[in-house]
Design a protein around this ligand. Sequence first.
Ligand code: DHE
Length: 561
Amino acid sequence: MKKTVVGMLAMTAMAAAMGSAFAQEAAKAAPTLTAEEKEQAKKIYFERCAGCHGVLRKGATGKNLEPHWTKKDKDGNVTEGGTTKLGQQRLEKIIGYGTDGGMVNFDDILTKEEIALMAKYIQNTPDTPPEYSFKDTMDSWKVIVPVKDRPTKQMNNFNLKNMFSVTLRDTGEVALIDGDTKEIRSIVKTGYAVHISRMSKSGRYVYVIGRDGRLSLIDLWMEKPAVVAEVKIGFDARSVDTSKFKGFDDKYAIAGSYWPPQYVIMEGDTLKPLKVVSTRGMTVDGEYHPEPRVASIVASEIKPEWVVNIKETGQILLVDYSDINNLKTTTIGSAKFLHDGGWDASKRYFLVAANASNKIAAVDTKTGKLAALVDVAKIPHPGRGANFVHPQYGPVWATGHLGADVVTLISTPSDDKKFAKYKDKNWKVVQEIKHVPGNLFVKTHPKSKNLWADSPQNPDKDLAESVAVWDMADLSKPKAVLNVAKDSGLPPTKAVKRAVHPEYSADGKEVWISLWGGKTDQSAIVVYDDATLKVKKVITDPKMITPTGKFNVYNTQHDIY
Ligand code: DHE
């Protein structure tokens, strides 16, 4: 028996030795890096690339970057399953100049040497990404201004309802812009490649999450609004929200992490970490997934619950925060690749894009069940979507698409008797409005007659720099196309200035569009009069670098879209 075990061990050792000989052989073909270079590349990878390609490099929004096809074989075998293996030169080109498939160009972000380094790095076996424990989160937590030292009333005379928190994507800052005067009131340093802002229930606090997992809490009551607390919730993050159910105003915050796959619950006014919950588990197809990233999170107003959307598994979690120590979670299977989404007009149903599945999942937060899975055109990308009453089909929620040339309208239920006649249409696609591919965000406002959609990812420069506007009372009328770059009056540039993310002012009368130029180009926010579609103001400043998402305090606080 002993002999057999020894024999087995010897065989295992031999197999391992053979395996490692093969591994060494294969590794020989990959470009070598010094320990220092590897560290530098690893840092860039986890900060810049992991968000799209996944920390394990298995691909997500971006392609798989594992060596089996990033690296050309020694023997000249250059294809795998019909796909051309990439190799150093091609990788450098892709990283530098981007692709039509949506990969952005990094030649204005990384140096030539860094691009060459990254091309080498991704031909090597992926590094195991580090975990991040509750202790790590706790160690990173900083209260800059304790609650007792904060103002007890608003100390500035800004109209906070109409303040906009604007992502300055490549500087790791947000600009707080006064919606009434259009003046920049404060530029606040936040996480690296800051992503989104959300408001506390009271509208006093702004929560800003960066791709580096840094969550910053800004107090708008201060004379000059500034960061009052900070915590790092993971290495790679995108989403944040706060508790919005009655009695829990500003009490908790939640932030979702792409890596490690987990979410963190914190105190709302200090960001003190309270609980970390892993999201690793089975996909809706019953397979284990080691990296199911936390995508959008939204707070319910009808229950003490957050809707937490787990990307790769397609599981939608309803997290009940009424008892954090005995956390109750409802897990709703929907479709894989959950990404962004928003409420319907009644705020009972949350609609979320399962982007690579070409579906919209709708959750009924009242019953805690999946209400519908709606098939839609390629790669839906709603942002938070747009709600309006369609002249023929009643209440609808709209999503745009990255991969199709339409805006899709889905009929949503309503308790209002006057909409009872549309019941048989609920959860059906009632109309596809002709747009262009490359759309990221759609938007309207209850007081507006217009539906706005951008197209920043369209390969055509003119289209990427323009937005489309439809009259919701008559969608058969041709859409108005506004070239935001031209309307801005900024000198034309060869590089694209993407027109992105329409956002309404609190009164629903203005629409703000970011003109997202390169890091060294002058960017701007162009403010349109929603009624006349004429430019009201161009907000520009040398400090306005790469503006993207804009979050109007009142509209974000009350989920108005
Ligand atoms: Fe976003 C929302 C993830 C790239 C601007 N983005 C979201 C949400 C997720 C997400 C999961 C929903 C958060 C929520 O509601 O809680 N975004 C990702 C990515 O994984 C992706 C594709 C790649 C990446 O590297 O991060 C990505 N996003 C971008 C951009 O390049 C955009 C256009 C510019 C930027 O600032 O980075 C961008 N994402 C936004 C914006 C929102 C957003 C403006 C919020 C929309 C809203 O109206 O609520």
